[in-house]
Design a protein around this ligand. Structure first.
Ligand code: DC
Length: 239
């Protein structure tokens, strides 16, 4: 019989700024699982490209040069005891704040659309998932990275509500952005992420939908935890 403590993998996909990471982090904390923010990894590659002038002012990406440089892009997460969070590091530097700027957001979808970038990051993400006990959020987690995840959620919410959340987050970092600018970015990223050729944003057929437009964080957490508890009982009862 499988141990009661058998660990499962949980995939959380969905549109931009749906609150995926908030739920994923709380879930990982509650279960003592590893939380992986896959979007942060794509953001780190976009930041690298910006830092190395591989993105022209026009927005054009020097894809050949970026592809060549990918082996020099080292991304990892380190636990910060002060914030109690895993923070993103790019080539040894803590870039947790820099990767959240609107400048990075404006370029990240096209970076994430590059086949070579996806191949590199998906490989790392799959390796992490092998250890089980992982909560990972992104766009292709339930479909490509962890198609065998025991539990999959797909989060949706009204675009204006999502933009307001991202706007509040950016303002809290001291950014001088305008709401309409953030709304435009959220909408265009959704459009691009859903229509790109490589691993587009799709809901896995076995995913559970959460529309959190009108849900509080506690309500979302309770909803997700109920599913997790049920799934863990099922898994524990497998002979
Ligand atoms: O979750 P986020 O907004 O931080 O993600 C940043 C971008 O990265 C998003 O526009 C889409 C892309 N992304 C992706 O293509 N695949 C993932 N698994 C995660 C993010």
């Amino acid at each position: 019989m499988t141990s009661v403590k058998t660990k499962i993998n949980i995939a959380i996909d969905g549109y931009s700024s749906c609150g995926k990471s908030t739920i994923a982090k709380s879930l990982a904390k509650e279960l003592n699982y590893v939380y992986i923010d896959s979007g942060a990894m794509y953001r780190a590659v976009a930041l690298y490209a910006l830092q190395h002038n591989l993105i022209q002012p026009s927005g054009a990406i020097d894809e050949a040069a970026l592809e060549k440089a990918l082996d020099m892009v080292l991304i990892n997460f380190r636990y910060n005891t002060e914030t109690g969070q895993n923070e993103t590091h790019l080539n040894g530097m803590n870039v947790e704040k820099e990767i959240r700027t609107l400048q990075v957001s404006n370029h990240v979808s096209r970076i994430a659309g590059m086949k070579a970038v996806r191949q590199k990051l998906v490989k790392i993400q799959k390796r992490i998932a092998e250890g089980k006990g992982v909560v990972m959020d992104g766009r292709d987690i339930g479909t490509v990275v962890m198609p065998d995840a025991e539990l999959k959620f797909f989060m949706v919410a009204d675009a204006r509500v999502r933009a307001q959340r991202r706007y509040d987050e950016l303002r809290s970092y001291g950014s001088d952005v305008q709401f309409e600018e953030v709304l435009g970015n959220v909408s265009s990223r959704d459009e691009y992420d859903s229509s790109r050729t490589h691993d587009p944003l799709r809901m896995a057929p076995d995913a559970i939908i959460i529309n959190n437009t009108a849900l509080t964080l506690d309500e979302q957490f309770d909803f997700v935890m109920n599913h997790v508890k049920r799934k863990m009982e099922d898994v524990s009862n497998v002979v």
